[in-house]
Design a protein around this ligand. Structure first.
Ligand code: BES
Ligand code: ZN
Ligand code: ZN
Length: 503
């Protein structure tokens, strides 16, 4: 779907299908005073009589014969004082899906009636574009096409407003919305992709391709190099796997930023998590193809960066491997030496995320003088128990940074809630025979995992850990999410990349 902007007055609305927004506590003429002339029939349209303006409610109105404007999709935004970007995203998406169901070849969104909501119209335009694109997402890579049905897609989305001063600003905003959506879609494709397809090698190849296309620096550390460096914890996870591990590093450093301190994102890239020798029950094991969603979110961020003009140095570090049982796999009780030098007694091979992350975190801190290090991982079922499927845990002792990540997330629809990093959570991880164990008891599992990672964070590193085990793949359907991989985190990372980490 192509996105464009048009400067047009209501009286000249010359589109086949227009989407307009209506509030529950306002009548349409109040909402759009410009509904006169050509488009005046809208106000008298009988279909409007049943329209109450509740969020996501739809009314389809048809113009009289010969009118320029043929079809109007009115979509409800609910009560005015309840309005937020989530309402706008869901309502836009519902309307766009209606356009698709009606096989409209294009649709146009009127921005006029949103200009008085106290939000900059550009921010609204960004959300509208992003939501429209995400509402049309589906994962059908492995579906055989029905030749007769064919593929229907809406060709274009036009944003229009009568305010002629807005063009540049809205075009830029639409570009941001599109970049964000492309990022989210990249992540969804990778998370939805089955593990026999989305392997470590596939991810490495994807990184290389994106590097070529967008000018990122890409480095892949292969098995030999990883072993030579001494990543004993990462090794403990990949040694049972048949497919080679890939330690993927992507860097976005536009001219002039090459020497800046980068923001470094570290993502768990377990392409499939069987649990290893501590094998998982089979019932829901297939869901563990999602266990690379941390790395997946970083791929999404880079896809978005490729479509943006963000002048900031950003690095992504993604340790990728399957976690498999095998004759060569790590046994419970094995002790390994991590890249940091600290030793870990591996009590449970299913707590593999923290093992790949601890070495990646050490590597990242040694390699870069980072502005901040932020890791993302589908790390613990315990985090899902604590916060549910829709919300990610955020662990961050730097209050300002934690707040910023949480606020950024809220703006773009990623929900984060803080969990503690107190030292007491390290107590159950103390080992009799090594510096620590990789699991403790079953209580506070998300916090224990975070406390484990904290052992590998240097004194002066600004660090946040995001446990996205719930929302990465478990979010319930909504108008901008069909289920499965959600692309959770991508837009938050993009906000951080755009704004930097505040002091
Ligand atoms: N990949 C899982 C966590 C997970 C659970 C991700 C649900 C997505 C949805 C992780 O590697 C794991 O197996 N964690 C264990 C840790 C336990 C052994 C301490 C868990 O959460 O049960
Ligand atoms: Zn696991
Ligand atoms: Zn895992």
């Amino acid at each position: 779907m192509e996105i464009r902007y048009l400067n047009a007055h209501a009286t000249g609305w010359n589109f086949k299908t227009v989407i307009i927004f209506g509030f529950e506590d306002e009548s349409l003429p109040e909402t759009i005073p410009a509904l006169t002339g050509e488009a005046a029939w809208i106000r008298e349209s009988p279909a409007l009589k049943d329209f109450s303006g509740k969020a996501k409610e739809i009314a389809v109105l048809y113009g009289p014969a010969g009118s320029l404007l043929q079809r109007v999709i009115v979509v409800g935004l609910g009560k005015r004082d309840k309005f937020d970007f989530e309402v706008l995203r869901f309502s836009t998406a519902t309307a766009v899906q209606k356009c698709k169901a009606l096989k409209a070849d294009g649709c146009a969104v009127n921005l006029e009636n949103l200009s008085r909501l106290g939000h900059p119209v550009s921010a609204l335009a960004e959300e509208i574009v992003c939501a429209a694109l995400l509402s049309l997402y589906s994962y059908d890579e492995f579906k055989t096409r029905d030749e007769e049905e064919g593929d229907f897609s809406i060709e274009e989305l036009t944003l229009f407003s009568a305010d002629d001063d807005m063009a540049g600003e809205i075009q830029a905003a639409a570009g941001r919305g599109e970049a964000a959506a492309r990022g989210v879609i990249r992540t969804r494709d990778l998370v939805n992709g089955p593990a026999n397809h989305v392997s470590p090698a596939f991810l490495a190849q994807t990184a290389q391709e994106m590097g070529k296309r967008y000018g990122f620096k890409v480095r892949i550390l292969e098995r030999k190099e990883v072993l030579k460096l001494g990543m004993g914890a990462f090794e403990a996870v990949f040694r049972g796997a048949m497919q080679d591990p890939k330690f993927i590093v992507m860097e976005h450093a536009p001219k002039g930023t090459e020497k800046d301190k980068p923001i470094v994102f570290v993502g768990k890239g377990i392409t499939f998590d069987t649990g290893g020798i501590s094998i998982k029950p089979s019932a829901k094991m297939h869901e563990m193809k999602c266990d690379m969603a941390g790395a997946g979110a970083i791929f999404g961020l880079f896809e978005a960066l490729g479509h943006s003009a963000i002048k900031r140095r950003i690095v992504g570090v993604m340790p990728c491997t399957d976690n498999m049982p095998d004759g060569n796999a790590t046994r419970p009780g094995d002790i390994v030496r991590t890249l940091s030098g600290k030793t870990v007694e591996i009590i449970n091979t299913d707590a593999e995320g923290r093992l790949v992350l601890c070495d990646a975190l050490t590597w990242a801190q040694r390699e870069y003088d980072a502005e901040a290090v932020i890791d993302l991982a589908t790390l613990t079922g315990a985090c899902v128990v604590a916060l549910g499927m829709e919300v990610a845990g955020i662990f961050c002792e730097d209050k300002a940074m934690g707040r910023q990540i949480q606020d950024s997330g809220e703006r773009v629809g990623d929900k984060f809630w803080p969990l503690p990093l107190w030292d007491l959570y390290f107590e159950p991880l103390k080992s009799d025979v090594a510096d620590m164990m990789n699991v403790g008891d079953r209580w506070g599992g998300a916090c224990n995992a975070a406390a484990f990672l904290k052992q590998f964070i240097e004194e002066n590193t600004r660090w946040a850990h995001l446990d996205i085990a719930g929302p990465a793949d478990g979010m319930k359907k909504n108008p901008i999410h069909i289920g499965g991989g959600s692309g959770f985190g991508v837009r938050t990372l993009l906000e951080i990349a755009r704004n930097g980490i505040k002091e």
